[in-house]
Write a protein that binds this ligand. Structure first.
Ligand code: HEC
Length: 100
């Protein structure tokens, strides 16, 4: 949490000079949109699917399948369509890197 705050502050202070770090905080904003259902930092409440520490390739594959309507879903069809392929890659890498 603390280091996340520092990153945000650094990105705000240095702007474009820290493009990579700005991207990291952008990914956290996208990932925060998943927290309502998949839990804080991808750790879901019992009964819901966790994303933290999952295989990145599997997360990407599922998101892409939802986006194309190949996997049945109640809500993920709409949600997955809100992200570009690049954003899906970055979000999946973010959740894969979080502790289970
Ligand atoms: C409104 C609640 C909600 C939000 C917000 C949400 N999800 Fe989901 N997610 C679900 C549900 C429910 C499922 C089960 C499939 C379905 O019914 O749509 C699911 C399934 C998934 C799966 C498949 C998991 C598995 O193991 O089968 C992935 C991956 C996923 N979501 C990623 C995300 C990501 C990434 C975000 C944020 C960008 C997100 N979800 C936001 C409700 C949500």
């Amino acid at each position: 949490m603390k280091s996340g705050m520092k990153l945000l502050a650094a990105a705000a202070l240095c702007g474009a000079a820290l493009g990579a770090q700005a991207q990291v905080s952008q990914v956290k904003v996208w990932a925060a949109a998943c927290a309502n259902c998949h839990g804080t930092n991808g750790k879901a409440q019992p009964g819901m699917i966790s994303l933290a520490g999952r295989d990145k390739a599997e997360l990407v594959q599922k998101m892409q399948a939802y986006k194309k309507g190949e996997l049945p879903a109640t809500i993920m069809h709409q949600i997955s369509k809100g992200y570009t392929d690049e954003q899906i890659e970055l979000i999946a890498a973010h959740f894969a890197g979080l502790p289970k």
